[in-house]
Design a protein. Structure first.
Length: 438
């Protein structure tokens, strides 16, 4: 399992606890704020009831004024003191509510004026018609006092109770959203728990499988130590391996040819054909290996003869072709012959494709000398039309030339372009050059 997955599986319980703590803290805060709003709303409702009673008290104060003026009972001071007490009590209990400061100041002023008018009415001894203007002003003052109470009631409704109700509704929306998110998080946590349990079961099963595999491996190793293969058996097995590799490469060639039949573009077909030739060069090495008596040393002459024949067949050459082949190296190992065969495959393929256009005959030369221990020397090419620009041959722009330079490096050689007609490459051993410089 990758590191980040293991790290995520270890840390998700901490993440879950953190999210749960955040939800709980936010929920408690939301409940606390909602409770405070409900207390404020209850307080505003109580205030509205008290203001309604205050309106009735003002009305009773007006009736007391009329009774005192009509019957001379002098109940006004007691009733006025009770009204003042009610106003002071409201101011003390609800001083933070909207409009209460203005109401207290307005009522104090209006009641003071009403008290003055009442005193004037009680002091006068004239007829009712004489006191009527004074009564009109008194009723006007009482009406303004009731209007002040009504105005404060509207303020409490709009700025207090209404605002708190809207805020409480918003808190309710937040609570619903919090509940929805909590449900989603709970579902996610349940899924993670299921995944974790599943992974634990899989880990347990894999641990058991590893134990079984370890036991089987120990048993196989013990059996191998007890039954060591002989030299002849090893050679048979190696030949069988090379035979199977060769067969597998033949299957690859067949698959590529099958794909070629579905391609109509000549350029693409040519690329597929080059790929087939490269696979053939490698398959031929494995074929010569399992046919050889000595698996460590393969007949170079037989290999190059088969390779040249296959290339001429692949490109359907219809000219008189001369082969100048001189092989002075009797045998090579598989590790050396594969890159060497690929180099020869690329150069001869280029010669067969481009060197003899417009000609009726031509020559291909392959001269190989040296040995595997001290370095190889290869001279290979043709006497064809030559390269169009010989100044850029060492800066490969195609896959074939790039392969030639890369494979030459694997053979510990350096590629040179020989001056003269045609296109002839020379692979010079770097070991020999280093010995000469030493």
């Amino acid at each position: 399992m990758p590191y980040f997955k293991r790290h995520t599986l270890r840390s998700w319980p901490i993440l879950a606890i953190t999210l749960m703590t955040a939800f709980i803290v936010y929920g408690v805060t939301l409940i606390s704020r909602s409770g405070q709003l409900q207390v404020k709303i209850s307080k505003e409702v109580t205030l509205l009831d008290e203001l309604s009673r205050l309106t009735g008290t003002l009305h009773q104060l007006g009736l007391t004024h009329r009774m005192d003026v009509g019957t001379r009972q002098y109940q006004w001071p007691v009733e006025l003191e009770r009204v003042h007490g009610t106003i002071e009590g409201l101011q003390e209990r609800f001083h933070t509510s909207p409009g209460m400061d203005e109401l207290s100041d307005a009522l104090d002023l209006l009641l003071h004026q009403a008290d003055s008018l009442h005193s004037q009415a009680m002091a006068a001894n004239g007829s009712w018609s004489d006191q009527r203007p004074n009564e009109v002003v008194f009723q006007f003052m009482m009406q303004r006092a009731k209007q002040a109470v009504d105005r404060t009631t509207r303020h409490v409704h709009e700025q207090g109770l209404g605002a708190h109700t809207r805020t409480l509704s918003a808190r309710w929306d937040e609570a619903q959203l919090l509940l929805l998110i909590a449900c989603l998080v709970a579902a996610a946590m349940a899924w993670l728990v299921g995944v974790r349990n599943k992974l634990l079961v899989q880990a347990h099963l894999r641990s058991e499988q590893l134990d079984v595999a370890r036991q089987n491996l120990e048993r196989v190793n013990r059996d191998l130590r007890e039954t060591m293969l002989s030299k002849e058996e090893k050679e048979v097995m190696l030949k069988e391996i090379h035979h199977r590799v060769k067969n597998n490469l033949q299957i690859v060639k067949s698959l590529i040819r099958f794909q070629m039949e579905q391609v109509k573009d000549p350029t693409t077909t040519e690329l597929f054909n080059e790929c087939v030739n490269r696979v053939s060069a490698m398959a031929l090495v494995h074929e010569q290996t399992y046919l050889s008596k000595d698996l460590a040393n393969i007949d170079v002459n037989a290999y190059l003869s088969h390779l040249t024949r296959d290339l001429c067949y692949a490109y359907s050459i219809d000219i008189e072709l001369q082969l100048d082949i001189r092989i002075e190296v009797p045998t090579l190992s598989v590790d050396t012959l594969i890159p060497l065969g690929l180099v020869i495959n690329e150069i001869i393929s280029n010669s067969l494709k481009y060197a003899f256009k417009g000609r009726k005959k031509g020559t291909i030369l392959v001269h190989l000398s040296g040995d595997q221990e001290h370095g190889l020397h290869l001279r290979i090419g043709d006497d064809g039309v030559g390269l169009p620009d010989r100044t850029k041959w060492d800066r490969p722009e195609t896959l074939g030339m790039d392969l030639i330079h890369t494979l030459a490096g694997q053979l510990d050689t350096r590629v040179e372009l020989v001056a003269g007609p045609g296109t002839v490459y020379e692979l010079v051993s770097l070991q020999e050059e280093r010995r000469k410089r030493a």
